[in-house]
Design a binder for this molecule. Structure first.
Ligand code: DQA
Length: 148
């Protein structure tokens, strides 16, 4: 069973209470349940982590690269300016999908740039927690993950 890391960046631990009109009413624990259950259905072993710390997120991307683990990455605000995160994502050795709950392109102009997108396999944005479900489905259909 392929092991997938779902990595969530700053402020995503506050889902549920954080701007629910933008990010929805599900809290981070609910998002974890959704990802783990979806992974189980797809034959993926999913581990979800969240941090507000850039260095910790960079370290997790190094771990994924060394372990050849596929990643769903919601870099949150780091999306828009963290070259350190971008350089860590560029070291990926397996598919890495950039995930957003909201559609950053429909929001403030500073959110229109992602410094991560160019090194991701693809991006899924704008579907709330379903963005994660779609990301896991994309990984489960990827021969680089299934080995087919
Ligand atoms: C986000 C979008 C980012 O612009 C924002 O900084 C976030 C969450 C999303 O999932 O929609 O924290 O990544």
């Amino acid at each position: 069973m392929s092991r997938v890391l779902v990595l969530n960046g700053p402020n995503l631990g506050r889902l549920g209470s954080r701007e629910p009109d933008v990010y929805g009413s599900a809290d981070h624990a609910r998002l974890v349940e959704l990802c783990v259950a979806t992974g189980r259905d797809l034959g993926l072993e999913v581990e979800v982590r969240q941090t507000d710390d850039e260095a910790e997120l960079v370290g997790w991307l190094h771990e994924a690269a060394d372990g050849r683990h596929p990643v769903l990455l919601n870099p949150a605000a780091f999306t828009h300016y963290s070259y350190a995160l971008r350089d860590a994502a560029a070291q990926r050795t397996a598919p890495l999908i950039e995930i957003h709950l909201s559609n950053p392109h429909a929001r403030e102009s500073f959110r229109h740039l992602s410094v991560v997108s160019a090194v991701a396999t693809g991006t899924i944005a704008g579907f709330g927690t379903t963005s994660y479900v779609l990301g896991l489905r994309a990984l489960a259909a990827d021969p680089a993950v299934t080995g087919d």
